[in-house]
Ligand binder design. Structure first.
Ligand SMILES: NC(=O)c1ccc[n+]([C@@H]2O[C@H](COP(=O)([O-])OP(=O)(O)OC[C@H]3O[C@@H](n4cnc5c(N)ncnc54)[C@H](OP(=O)(O)O)[C@@H]3O)[C@@H](O)[C@H]2O)c1
Length: 258
């Protein structure tokens, strides 16, 4: 399914992005890798070239700039790349109480998480439809998408936006040939805000495997791991007025471990 597909990965050097690159390289995909740090991109590009990628190139680009999505789209056109698969893993996380966050950082995070994610989805979905391609788009939310999370309020709100956008677009695109999946992972072992029980947390390879299998099965939402799915369900069953304090307590205990 992935062999010779042209795959664009944003946040390609991150924990999940780089794992997508590794697993898709082994499947013989062509990879276009995007993040900001050029030396990490160079290193990853060499690595995936040695792991079976049919082709690999990278672009260093700041996706928190207002025109970043259009610049990226123009760059893929310039390089003659018809993107079959768009995997969006870039994310700028703001941790801390709302009034303590540097406002400029928070705004850049909003541009990257909301504006750029939405615009990239629009540009590439339209292009896939125009060339009648069987395109695939993956958006990454996270378990924070399913309830308000004091202490990381804006990030959780961004994730809720991505989750809602993705689920709605998956339905809208159903007849168009473009498949959209939203990946909502729990915290990876050792990640900020992750749970305390490493045994029930999923590793990056497990999360990526679940995502790729979910795409292959045509799922619109993938929440990897039984414990993570149970956690999401539990927060939906708890009365709304209790969710905020409960999440604040959980996040605080997780942050004190870092
Ligand atoms: N890891 C977890 O536990 C977890 C849990 C739930 C959800 N998620 C979600 O899963 C996705 C991937 O997570 P991750 O753990 O792989 O993230 P990560 O390790 O923090 O990596 C983030 C990636 O995004 C890139 N990036 C950040 N800001 C950027 C910008 N302004 N322009 C371009 N690229 C930028 C980073 O590279 P540069 O810094 O070089 O740009 C890096 O490649 C994110 O949406 C995250 O919220 C992760």
């Amino acid at each position: 399914m992935w062999s010779d597909k042209s795959v664009l990965i944003t946040g390609a050097t991150g924990r999940l992005g780089s794992e997508f690159a590794r697993q898709l390289a082994q499947e013989g995909a062509k990879l276009f890798l995007v993040a900001r740090n050029e030396s990490r991109l160079q290193h990853l590009t060499r690595l995936v070239q040695g792991r079976g990628a049919a082709w690999a190139e990278f672009l260093s680009l700041d996706l928190s700039e207002m025109n970043a999505a259009d610049d990226l789209f123009a760059e893929t056109r310039l390089r003659g790349l018809a993107i079959d698969v768009l995997i969006q893993c870039a994310s700028m996380a703001q941790w801390g109480d709302f009034l303590d966050e540097p406002e400029q950082d928070a705004e850049l995070s909003l541009i990257q998480n909301i504006m750029t994610t939405t615009r990239l989805t629009r540009l590439y979905a339209q292009e896939m439809v125009d060339r009648s391609a069987e395109g695939i788009i993956l958006l990454t939310s996270g378990v924070f998408a399913f309830q308000p999370v004091p202490g990381v309020a804006e990030l959780a709100a961004c994730k809720a936006y991505i989750q809602s956008l993705g689920e709605a677009l998956a339905e809208e695109f159903r007849e168009s040939g473009v498949r959209l999946t939203v990946l909502a992972p729990g915290g990876l072992p050792g990640a900020m805000g992750g749970g305390s029980n490493g045994r029930t947390q999923n590793t990056a390879p497990e999360v990526v495997r679940a995502a790729l299998q979910g795409i292959e099965r045509g799922l619109s939402v993938v929440i990897p791991g039984r414990a993570t799915r149970a956690g999401v369900l539990a927060t939906r069953l708890v009365p709304k007025r209790l969710v905020g304090p409960m999440m604040r307590k959980r996040l605080k205990s997780s942050l004190t471990r870092h």
